[in-house]
Design a protein around this ligand. Structure first.
Ligand code: GLU
Length: 509
Protein backbone atom coordinates (compact mmCIF):
# COMPACT_ATOMS: atom_id res chain seq x y z
CA UNK A 1 0.00 0.00 0.00
CA UNK A 2 1.27 3.46 -0.82
CA UNK A 3 1.70 4.83 2.70
CA UNK A 4 1.18 8.46 1.69
CA UNK A 5 -2.14 7.87 0.05
CA UNK A 6 -4.20 6.55 2.94
CA UNK A 7 -7.08 8.91 3.63
CA UNK A 8 -10.06 7.75 5.66
CA UNK A 9 -13.07 9.53 7.04
CA UNK A 10 -15.75 9.29 9.66
CA UNK A 11 -18.93 10.71 8.21
CA UNK A 12 -21.70 10.89 10.80
CA UNK A 13 -25.14 12.35 10.24
CA UNK A 14 -25.99 14.70 13.11
CA UNK A 15 -29.25 12.94 13.92
CA UNK A 16 -28.61 12.45 17.65
CA UNK A 17 -25.89 11.44 20.08
CA UNK A 18 -23.10 9.22 18.88
CA UNK A 19 -23.63 5.63 19.90
CA UNK A 20 -20.64 3.43 20.85
CA UNK A 21 -20.94 1.61 17.51
CA UNK A 22 -20.22 4.93 15.80
CA UNK A 23 -17.32 5.63 18.12
CA UNK A 24 -15.89 2.20 17.27
CA UNK A 25 -16.18 2.93 13.54
CA UNK A 26 -14.37 6.24 14.04
CA UNK A 27 -11.74 4.56 16.20
CA UNK A 28 -10.97 1.90 13.59
CA UNK A 29 -10.67 4.60 10.94
CA UNK A 30 -8.36 6.61 13.19
CA UNK A 31 -6.18 3.57 13.97
CA UNK A 32 -6.02 2.58 10.33
CA UNK A 33 -4.91 6.10 9.36
CA UNK A 34 -2.28 6.22 12.10
CA UNK A 35 -0.96 2.76 11.31
CA UNK A 36 -0.56 3.63 7.64
CA UNK A 37 0.73 7.15 8.07
CA UNK A 38 -2.48 8.49 6.58
CA UNK A 39 -5.03 11.20 7.30
CA UNK A 40 -8.28 10.96 9.23
CA UNK A 41 -11.12 13.27 8.27
CA UNK A 42 -14.35 14.27 10.00
CA UNK A 43 -17.15 15.03 7.56
CA UNK A 44 -20.67 15.89 8.59
CA UNK A 45 -23.35 14.33 6.40
CA UNK A 46 -26.32 16.56 7.04
CA UNK A 47 -28.18 16.36 3.75
CA UNK A 48 -31.31 15.05 5.43
CA UNK A 49 -32.51 18.22 7.15
CA UNK A 50 -35.62 16.47 8.51
CA UNK A 51 -33.49 14.30 10.73
CA UNK A 52 -31.21 17.08 11.94
CA UNK A 53 -31.00 17.31 15.72
CA UNK A 54 -29.85 20.45 17.50
CA UNK A 55 -26.60 19.93 19.39
CA UNK A 56 -25.70 16.62 17.76
CA UNK A 57 -22.77 18.04 15.84
CA UNK A 58 -21.22 19.64 18.93
CA UNK A 59 -21.83 16.38 20.78
CA UNK A 60 -19.85 14.44 18.15
CA UNK A 61 -16.92 16.83 18.37
CA UNK A 62 -16.90 16.84 22.19
CA UNK A 63 -17.13 13.04 22.34
CA UNK A 64 -14.02 12.58 20.25
CA UNK A 65 -12.18 15.19 22.27
CA UNK A 66 -13.03 13.18 25.41
CA UNK A 67 -11.92 9.91 23.78
CA UNK A 68 -8.60 11.40 22.66
CA UNK A 69 -9.35 10.67 19.01
CA UNK A 70 -7.98 13.49 16.89
CA UNK A 71 -8.85 14.34 13.33
CA UNK A 72 -6.33 15.63 10.83
CA UNK A 73 -8.90 17.44 8.72
CA UNK A 74 -12.54 18.18 8.89
CA UNK A 75 -15.32 19.99 10.65
CA UNK A 76 -13.44 21.89 13.34
CA UNK A 77 -9.98 21.51 11.80
CA UNK A 78 -10.50 22.73 8.26
CA UNK A 79 -8.22 21.46 5.54
CA UNK A 80 -7.60 21.44 1.81
CA UNK A 81 -11.05 20.05 0.96
CA UNK A 82 -13.16 22.51 2.99
CA UNK A 83 -15.99 22.78 3.69
CA UNK A 84 -16.43 19.41 5.44
CA UNK A 85 -20.13 19.79 6.05
CA UNK A 86 -22.39 18.62 3.25
CA UNK A 87 -24.99 21.34 3.79
CA UNK A 88 -22.25 23.82 2.88
CA UNK A 89 -21.33 21.91 -0.27
CA UNK A 90 -24.77 21.86 -1.92
CA UNK A 91 -23.70 23.52 -5.15
CA UNK A 92 -21.08 20.84 -5.77
CA UNK A 93 -23.49 17.93 -6.02
CA UNK A 94 -25.84 19.39 -8.63
CA UNK A 95 -23.05 19.38 -11.18
CA UNK A 96 -22.49 15.65 -10.75
CA UNK A 97 -26.19 14.89 -10.83
CA UNK A 98 -26.33 16.70 -14.17
CA UNK A 99 -23.36 14.71 -15.43
CA UNK A 100 -25.14 11.47 -14.58
CA UNK A 101 -28.22 12.65 -16.48
CA UNK A 102 -26.11 13.59 -19.46
CA UNK A 103 -24.39 10.23 -19.70
CA UNK A 104 -27.65 8.34 -19.28
CA UNK A 105 -26.92 6.91 -15.83
CA UNK A 106 -29.68 8.87 -14.17
CA UNK A 107 -32.99 10.43 -15.15
CA UNK A 108 -35.51 13.05 -14.05
CA UNK A 109 -38.66 11.71 -12.44
CA UNK A 110 -41.84 13.64 -11.73
CA UNK A 111 -43.98 11.13 -9.83
CA UNK A 112 -45.56 12.84 -6.87
CA UNK A 113 -45.41 11.22 -3.42
CA UNK A 114 -49.22 10.69 -3.69
CA UNK A 115 -48.90 8.85 -7.01
CA UNK A 116 -46.21 6.61 -5.61
CA UNK A 117 -48.24 5.89 -2.53
CA UNK A 118 -51.23 4.85 -4.69
CA UNK A 119 -48.96 2.49 -6.62
CA UNK A 120 -47.61 1.01 -3.41
CA UNK A 121 -51.14 0.34 -2.18
CA UNK A 122 -52.17 -1.28 -5.46
CA UNK A 123 -49.21 -3.64 -5.23
CA UNK A 124 -49.96 -4.39 -1.60
CA UNK A 125 -53.50 -5.50 -2.43
CA UNK A 126 -51.90 -7.97 -4.86
CA UNK A 127 -49.52 -9.03 -2.05
CA UNK A 128 -46.57 -7.60 -3.93
CA UNK A 129 -44.05 -4.91 -3.17
CA UNK A 130 -43.73 -1.94 -5.45
CA UNK A 131 -40.17 -1.28 -6.54
CA UNK A 132 -39.26 1.66 -8.75
CA UNK A 133 -36.95 -0.22 -11.14
CA UNK A 134 -36.37 -1.40 -14.72
CA UNK A 135 -39.63 -3.37 -14.74
CA UNK A 136 -41.74 -0.24 -14.35
CA UNK A 137 -39.62 2.82 -14.99
CA UNK A 138 -40.50 3.09 -18.67
CA UNK A 139 -44.16 3.60 -17.91
CA UNK A 140 -44.00 6.00 -14.97
CA UNK A 141 -43.78 9.80 -14.92
CA UNK A 142 -40.19 10.26 -15.85
CA UNK A 143 -37.73 11.15 -18.57
CA UNK A 144 -37.39 7.52 -19.64
CA UNK A 145 -41.08 7.43 -20.50
CA UNK A 146 -41.46 11.01 -21.78
CA UNK A 147 -38.33 11.47 -23.87
CA UNK A 148 -35.94 14.43 -23.89
CA UNK A 149 -38.16 17.14 -25.35
CA UNK A 150 -41.19 16.61 -23.14
CA UNK A 151 -38.97 16.27 -20.09
CA UNK A 152 -37.35 19.63 -20.82
CA UNK A 153 -40.78 21.22 -21.21
CA UNK A 154 -41.96 19.84 -17.89
CA UNK A 155 -38.86 21.07 -16.12
CA UNK A 156 -39.18 24.49 -17.75
CA UNK A 157 -42.76 24.71 -16.51
CA UNK A 158 -41.47 24.52 -12.97
CA UNK A 159 -42.87 21.11 -12.00
CA UNK A 160 -40.75 19.62 -9.23
CA UNK A 161 -38.55 16.67 -10.05
CA UNK A 162 -36.16 14.24 -8.42
CA UNK A 163 -33.23 12.52 -10.07
CA UNK A 164 -33.11 8.74 -9.95
CA UNK A 165 -30.21 6.44 -10.67
CA UNK A 166 -30.99 4.10 -13.55
CA UNK A 167 -30.13 0.74 -12.07
CA UNK A 168 -29.15 -1.73 -14.80
CA UNK A 169 -31.56 -4.60 -15.39
CA UNK A 170 -29.45 -7.62 -14.87
CA UNK A 171 -25.87 -7.08 -13.94
CA UNK A 172 -23.76 -8.83 -11.35
CA UNK A 173 -21.82 -6.37 -9.25
CA UNK A 174 -18.75 -7.89 -7.65
CA UNK A 175 -17.61 -6.06 -4.57
CA UNK A 176 -14.34 -6.68 -2.83
CA UNK A 177 -14.68 -5.90 0.84
CA UNK A 178 -11.53 -5.90 2.97
CA UNK A 179 -13.41 -7.62 5.80
CA UNK A 180 -16.12 -9.66 4.09
CA UNK A 181 -14.13 -10.67 1.01
CA UNK A 182 -15.97 -10.97 -2.26
CA UNK A 183 -19.65 -10.02 -2.18
CA UNK A 184 -21.82 -10.37 -5.28
CA UNK A 185 -25.20 -8.80 -5.92
CA UNK A 186 -27.36 -8.88 -9.03
CA UNK A 187 -28.90 -5.53 -9.85
CA UNK A 188 -32.19 -7.23 -10.68
CA UNK A 189 -33.15 -6.90 -7.00
CA UNK A 190 -32.21 -3.24 -6.68
CA UNK A 191 -34.28 -0.11 -7.23
CA UNK A 192 -33.70 3.19 -9.01
CA UNK A 193 -32.74 5.15 -5.90
CA UNK A 194 -33.34 8.86 -5.68
CA UNK A 195 -29.96 10.55 -5.71
CA UNK A 196 -31.16 14.15 -5.89
CA UNK A 197 -34.28 15.47 -4.21
CA UNK A 198 -36.83 18.00 -5.39
CA UNK A 199 -35.49 20.54 -2.87
CA UNK A 200 -32.18 20.65 -4.73
CA UNK A 201 -30.35 18.62 -2.14
CA UNK A 202 -28.64 15.31 -2.91
CA UNK A 203 -29.46 12.18 -0.94
CA UNK A 204 -26.84 10.46 1.14
CA UNK A 205 -25.75 8.18 -1.71
CA UNK A 206 -24.73 10.85 -4.18
CA UNK A 207 -23.26 13.25 -1.61
CA UNK A 208 -21.29 10.44 0.02
CA UNK A 209 -19.77 9.19 -3.24
CA UNK A 210 -18.99 12.66 -4.56
CA UNK A 211 -17.33 13.72 -1.32
CA UNK A 212 -15.35 10.53 -0.89
CA UNK A 213 -14.02 11.05 -4.40
CA UNK A 214 -13.31 14.76 -4.11
CA UNK A 215 -11.75 14.37 -0.68
CA UNK A 216 -9.52 11.61 -2.10
CA UNK A 217 -10.68 9.00 0.36
CA UNK A 218 -8.69 5.80 -0.16
CA UNK A 219 -10.58 3.49 2.21
CA UNK A 220 -14.20 3.64 3.27
CA UNK A 221 -14.42 1.95 6.65
CA UNK A 222 -17.98 1.99 7.94
CA UNK A 223 -20.70 -0.07 9.59
CA UNK A 224 -22.18 -3.16 7.99
CA UNK A 225 -25.56 -1.45 7.74
CA UNK A 226 -24.18 0.36 4.67
CA UNK A 227 -23.30 -2.84 2.80
CA UNK A 228 -26.67 -2.92 0.97
CA UNK A 229 -25.87 0.55 -0.44
CA UNK A 230 -22.51 -0.56 -1.79
CA UNK A 231 -23.67 -1.78 -5.25
CA UNK A 232 -25.28 1.60 -5.90
CA UNK A 233 -22.17 3.41 -4.68
CA UNK A 234 -19.92 1.32 -6.90
CA UNK A 235 -22.14 2.00 -9.90
CA UNK A 236 -22.12 5.72 -9.10
CA UNK A 237 -18.32 5.77 -9.07
CA UNK A 238 -18.27 3.93 -12.39
CA UNK A 239 -20.90 6.20 -13.94
CA UNK A 240 -18.90 9.27 -12.95
CA UNK A 241 -15.76 7.72 -14.39
CA UNK A 242 -14.04 7.52 -11.04
CA UNK A 243 -12.01 4.82 -9.38
CA UNK A 244 -13.62 3.28 -6.33
CA UNK A 245 -11.96 3.50 -2.95
CA UNK A 246 -11.42 0.27 -1.04
CA UNK A 247 -14.27 -0.74 1.24
CA UNK A 248 -14.35 -2.35 4.67
CA UNK A 249 -17.71 -2.94 6.33
CA UNK A 250 -17.44 -3.50 10.06
CA UNK A 251 -19.64 -6.15 11.68
CA UNK A 252 -22.42 -5.07 13.99
CA UNK A 253 -22.31 -4.67 17.74
CA UNK A 254 -24.90 -6.88 19.40
CA UNK A 255 -26.82 -6.61 22.64
CA UNK A 256 -25.23 -8.54 25.56
CA UNK A 257 -27.58 -11.52 25.02
CA UNK A 258 -26.58 -11.62 21.35
CA UNK A 259 -30.18 -11.03 20.27
CA UNK A 260 -30.17 -8.10 17.89
CA UNK A 261 -28.20 -4.99 17.22
CA UNK A 262 -27.16 -2.80 20.15
CA UNK A 263 -29.40 0.21 19.84
CA UNK A 264 -29.42 3.73 21.21
CA UNK A 265 -32.24 2.83 23.56
CA UNK A 266 -30.52 -0.22 25.07
CA UNK A 267 -28.40 1.73 27.50
CA UNK A 268 -31.29 2.91 29.58
CA UNK A 269 -33.19 -0.36 29.21
CA UNK A 270 -30.34 -2.73 29.99
CA UNK A 271 -28.55 -0.65 32.60
CA UNK A 272 -25.27 0.32 30.96
CA UNK A 273 -24.19 3.36 28.96
CA UNK A 274 -24.22 3.33 25.15
CA UNK A 275 -23.11 6.95 24.68
CA UNK A 276 -19.65 8.40 25.33
CA UNK A 277 -20.97 11.62 26.91
CA UNK A 278 -24.19 12.56 28.58
CA UNK A 279 -26.87 13.52 26.07
CA UNK A 280 -29.61 15.96 26.85
CA UNK A 281 -32.35 15.33 24.37
CA UNK A 282 -33.48 18.78 23.21
CA UNK A 283 -36.92 17.46 22.25
CA UNK A 284 -37.87 15.43 25.33
CA UNK A 285 -35.62 17.07 27.90
CA UNK A 286 -34.44 13.58 28.91
CA UNK A 287 -30.86 12.99 29.92
CA UNK A 288 -29.09 9.75 29.11
CA UNK A 289 -26.21 8.29 31.04
CA UNK A 290 -22.79 7.94 29.51
CA UNK A 291 -19.35 6.40 29.87
CA UNK A 292 -17.85 9.73 30.92
CA UNK A 293 -20.42 10.55 33.60
CA UNK A 294 -20.52 6.93 34.80
CA UNK A 295 -16.85 7.31 35.68
CA UNK A 296 -15.10 5.47 32.87
CA UNK A 297 -11.62 6.59 31.92
CA UNK A 298 -11.47 7.44 28.23
CA UNK A 299 -8.45 5.14 27.81
CA UNK A 300 -10.42 2.21 29.22
CA UNK A 301 -13.41 3.00 27.04
CA UNK A 302 -11.25 3.15 23.91
CA UNK A 303 -9.38 -0.04 24.80
CA UNK A 304 -12.68 -1.87 25.34
CA UNK A 305 -14.07 -0.64 22.02
CA UNK A 306 -10.91 -1.55 20.11
CA UNK A 307 -11.29 -5.16 21.18
CA UNK A 308 -14.97 -5.33 20.26
CA UNK A 309 -14.42 -6.74 16.81
CA UNK A 310 -10.64 -6.58 16.44
CA UNK A 311 -8.02 -8.80 18.09
CA UNK A 312 -4.26 -8.44 18.35
CA UNK A 313 -3.66 -12.10 17.48
CA UNK A 314 -2.50 -12.99 20.97
CA UNK A 315 -3.84 -12.97 24.51
CA UNK A 316 -3.07 -9.36 25.34
CA UNK A 317 -5.97 -7.14 26.24
CA UNK A 318 -4.56 -3.86 27.48
CA UNK A 319 -3.44 -1.35 24.92
CA UNK A 320 -2.98 2.38 24.86
CA UNK A 321 -4.20 4.36 21.87
CA UNK A 322 -0.58 4.69 20.75
CA UNK A 323 0.03 0.97 20.92
CA UNK A 324 -3.18 0.31 19.02
CA UNK A 325 -2.09 2.82 16.38
CA UNK A 326 1.03 0.76 15.83
CA UNK A 327 -0.53 -2.70 15.64
CA UNK A 328 -4.05 -2.23 14.26
CA UNK A 329 -4.90 -3.92 10.99
CA UNK A 330 -8.13 -4.63 9.18
CA UNK A 331 -7.09 -8.29 8.69
CA UNK A 332 -7.73 -8.84 12.35
CA UNK A 333 -11.26 -7.44 12.32
CA UNK A 334 -13.60 -10.41 12.60
CA UNK A 335 -16.40 -11.09 10.15
CA UNK A 336 -18.97 -11.90 12.77
CA UNK A 337 -20.82 -9.48 15.00
CA UNK A 338 -19.45 -8.81 18.50
CA UNK A 339 -21.57 -9.05 21.57
CA UNK A 340 -21.27 -6.08 23.89
CA UNK A 341 -20.31 -7.18 27.40
CA UNK A 342 -20.97 -4.55 30.10
CA UNK A 343 -19.01 -6.53 32.71
CA UNK A 344 -16.00 -6.57 30.47
CA UNK A 345 -16.32 -2.80 30.07
CA UNK A 346 -16.18 -2.47 33.87
CA UNK A 347 -13.23 -4.83 33.96
CA UNK A 348 -11.32 -2.62 31.57
CA UNK A 349 -11.98 0.41 33.76
CA UNK A 350 -10.75 -1.49 36.80
CA UNK A 351 -7.53 -2.42 34.98
CA UNK A 352 -6.87 1.22 34.16
CA UNK A 353 -7.84 2.36 37.63
CA UNK A 354 -5.40 0.04 39.42
CA UNK A 355 -2.61 1.12 37.08
CA UNK A 356 -3.10 4.81 37.74
CA UNK A 357 -0.82 6.31 40.35
CA UNK A 358 -2.31 7.15 43.70
CA UNK A 359 -1.69 10.87 43.38
CA UNK A 360 -3.65 11.09 40.14
CA UNK A 361 -6.54 9.15 41.67
CA UNK A 362 -6.37 11.35 44.75
CA UNK A 363 -7.04 14.41 42.64
CA UNK A 364 -10.17 12.72 41.32
CA UNK A 365 -11.26 11.62 44.79
CA UNK A 366 -10.69 14.92 46.61
CA UNK A 367 -13.88 16.60 45.34
CA UNK A 368 -15.90 13.70 46.78
CA UNK A 369 -14.16 14.06 50.13
CA UNK A 370 -14.83 17.79 50.18
CA UNK A 371 -18.48 17.14 49.44
CA UNK A 372 -18.56 14.69 52.35
CA UNK A 373 -17.06 17.36 54.61
CA UNK A 374 -13.73 15.58 55.03
CA UNK A 375 -10.74 17.83 55.38
CA UNK A 376 -7.48 15.97 55.28
CA UNK A 377 -4.14 16.20 53.61
CA UNK A 378 -3.75 14.68 50.21
CA UNK A 379 -0.75 12.51 51.06
CA UNK A 380 -2.98 10.65 53.55
CA UNK A 381 -5.69 10.31 50.87
CA UNK A 382 -3.12 8.96 48.41
CA UNK A 383 -2.18 6.25 50.92
CA UNK A 384 -5.83 5.35 51.44
CA UNK A 385 -6.34 5.20 47.69
CA UNK A 386 -3.35 2.87 47.41
CA UNK A 387 -5.01 0.47 49.84
CA UNK A 388 -8.46 0.42 48.31
CA UNK A 389 -8.12 0.91 44.58
CA UNK A 390 -7.83 -2.83 44.00
CA UNK A 391 -11.40 -3.18 45.21
CA UNK A 392 -13.00 -0.57 42.99
CA UNK A 393 -14.07 -0.35 39.37
CA UNK A 394 -14.62 3.40 39.49
CA UNK A 395 -13.40 6.37 41.51
CA UNK A 396 -17.08 6.80 42.35
CA UNK A 397 -16.82 3.69 44.53
CA UNK A 398 -13.87 4.96 46.56
CA UNK A 399 -15.95 6.57 49.30
CA UNK A 400 -17.88 3.38 50.00
CA UNK A 401 -14.59 1.49 50.15
CA UNK A 402 -12.78 3.97 52.36
CA UNK A 403 -15.04 6.20 54.49
CA UNK A 404 -13.80 4.49 57.68
CA UNK A 405 -10.33 5.91 57.07
CA UNK A 406 -11.78 9.38 57.47
CA UNK A 407 -14.14 8.93 60.39
CA UNK A 408 -14.52 6.52 63.29
CA UNK A 409 -17.58 4.26 63.14
CA UNK A 410 -20.81 5.86 64.38
CA UNK A 411 -22.44 2.49 64.51
CA UNK A 412 -21.45 -1.14 64.23
CA UNK A 413 -22.87 -3.63 61.77
CA UNK A 414 -25.64 -5.32 63.78
CA UNK A 415 -25.25 -8.73 62.18
CA UNK A 416 -21.51 -8.77 62.79
CA UNK A 417 -22.00 -7.65 66.39
CA UNK A 418 -24.51 -10.42 66.99
CA UNK A 419 -22.21 -13.01 65.54
CA UNK A 420 -18.85 -11.92 66.95
CA UNK A 421 -19.27 -9.71 70.03
CA UNK A 422 -19.05 -12.40 72.72
CA UNK A 423 -18.40 -12.10 76.45
CA UNK A 424 -14.71 -12.75 75.91
CA UNK A 425 -14.48 -10.18 73.09
CA UNK A 426 -14.61 -7.29 75.53
CA UNK A 427 -11.66 -8.66 77.50
CA UNK A 428 -9.71 -9.50 74.35
CA UNK A 429 -10.06 -5.90 73.22
CA UNK A 430 -9.05 -4.48 76.59
CA UNK A 431 -5.91 -6.60 76.42
CA UNK A 432 -5.30 -5.71 72.79
CA UNK A 433 -5.56 -2.02 73.59
CA UNK A 434 -2.75 -2.34 76.11
CA UNK A 435 -0.58 -4.13 73.58
CA UNK A 436 -1.21 -1.51 70.93
CA UNK A 437 -0.37 1.34 73.30
CA UNK A 438 3.04 -0.21 73.87
CA UNK A 439 4.05 -0.83 70.27
CA UNK A 440 6.83 1.49 69.13
CA UNK A 441 6.89 0.66 65.46
CA UNK A 442 3.32 0.93 64.23
CA UNK A 443 4.02 -0.42 60.74
CA UNK A 444 1.61 -2.92 59.29
CA UNK A 445 4.12 -5.79 59.39
CA UNK A 446 5.20 -5.13 62.96
CA UNK A 447 1.72 -4.77 64.44
CA UNK A 448 0.65 -7.91 62.59
CA UNK A 449 3.56 -9.96 63.97
CA UNK A 450 3.06 -8.76 67.53
CA UNK A 451 -0.70 -9.20 67.56
CA UNK A 452 -0.70 -12.60 65.88
CA UNK A 453 1.98 -13.85 68.27
CA UNK A 454 -0.09 -12.66 71.21
CA UNK A 455 -3.21 -14.44 69.83
CA UNK A 456 -1.25 -17.66 69.32
CA UNK A 457 0.36 -17.50 72.73
CA UNK A 458 -2.96 -16.95 74.45
CA UNK A 459 -4.77 -19.45 72.18
CA UNK A 460 -7.60 -16.93 71.64
CA UNK A 461 -8.27 -17.92 68.04
CA UNK A 462 -7.32 -15.60 65.18
CA UNK A 463 -10.87 -15.24 63.82
CA UNK A 464 -12.37 -14.49 67.20
CA UNK A 465 -9.97 -11.64 67.88
CA UNK A 466 -9.40 -10.15 64.45
CA UNK A 467 -13.07 -10.00 63.45
CA UNK A 468 -13.89 -8.07 66.57
CA UNK A 469 -10.84 -5.88 66.16
CA UNK A 470 -11.93 -5.05 62.61
CA UNK A 471 -15.48 -4.40 63.80
CA UNK A 472 -14.25 -1.73 66.21
CA UNK A 473 -11.93 -0.10 63.69
CA UNK A 474 -14.14 -0.18 60.60
CA UNK A 475 -17.66 -0.61 61.97
CA UNK A 476 -18.19 -3.79 59.94
CA UNK A 477 -16.39 -6.78 58.57
CA UNK A 478 -15.07 -5.14 55.46
CA UNK A 479 -12.13 -3.21 54.11
CA UNK A 480 -8.55 -3.98 53.14
CA UNK A 481 -5.94 -5.77 55.22
CA UNK A 482 -6.65 -4.80 58.85
CA UNK A 483 -3.03 -4.12 59.79
CA UNK A 484 -2.65 -1.83 56.78
CA UNK A 485 -5.69 0.07 57.98
CA UNK A 486 -4.46 0.57 61.53
CA UNK A 487 -0.99 1.46 60.42
CA UNK A 488 -2.43 4.23 58.27
CA UNK A 489 -4.84 5.41 60.97
CA UNK A 490 -1.96 5.53 63.42
CA UNK A 491 -1.57 4.36 66.99
CA UNK A 492 -3.59 7.06 68.67
CA UNK A 493 -6.65 6.76 66.43
CA UNK A 494 -6.54 2.96 66.57
CA UNK A 495 -6.45 2.93 70.34
CA UNK A 496 -9.19 5.53 70.51
CA UNK A 497 -11.45 3.50 68.22
CA UNK A 498 -11.00 0.47 70.48
CA UNK A 499 -11.93 2.55 73.51
CA UNK A 500 -14.96 3.93 71.69
CA UNK A 501 -16.05 0.41 70.71
CA UNK A 502 -15.60 -0.92 74.22
CA UNK A 503 -17.70 1.93 75.50
CA UNK A 504 -20.45 1.61 72.88
CA UNK A 505 -20.79 -2.16 72.69
CA UNK A 506 -20.04 -2.69 76.39
CA UNK A 507 -19.68 -5.97 78.20
CA UNK A 508 -21.80 -8.62 76.62
CA UNK A 509 -23.05 -10.41 79.75
N1 GLU B 1 -23.69 9.42 7.06
C1 GLU B 1 -23.56 7.99 7.17
C2 GLU B 1 -23.84 7.64 8.64
O1 GLU B 1 -24.49 8.38 9.27
C3 GLU B 1 -22.18 7.58 6.76
C4 GLU B 1 -22.06 6.23 6.17
C5 GLU B 1 -20.71 6.07 5.53
O2 GLU B 1 -19.71 6.08 6.27
O3 GLU B 1 -20.65 5.99 4.31
O4 GLU B 1 -23.44 6.65 9.17
Amino acid sequence: MNQQSVRVRFAPSPTGPLHIGGVRTALYNYLFAKKNGGKFILRIEDTDQNRFVQGAEEYIVESFAWCGIEFDEGLTKGGPFSPYKQSERKQIYAEYARKLIENGSAYYAFDTPEELSVLRKQYETKKKTFTYNWRVHNVLNNALAFGKEKTEQIIASGIPYVIRFKMPENRTIVMDDLIRGKVEVNTVVLDDKIIFKSDGIPTYHLANVVDDHLMEISHVIRGEEWLPSLPLHILLYKALGWETPQFAHLPLLLKPDGKGKLSKRDGDKLGFPVFPLQWNNPKTGETTRSYCEDGYFPEAFINMLALLGWNPGDERELFTLDELSRIFSLDRVGKSASRFDPDKARWFNHQYLIRKNNEELTLLFLPVLIEKGVLTDSSFVAKVVGLIKDRAYFVGEFWEQSYFFFKAPDEYDAKAVKKHWKIKSYYHMVELKEILINIDDFSSENTETIIKNWITEKKYGTGAVLNVFRLLIVGGLKGPHLFDIISLLGQQETVWRIEKGLHELGRNE
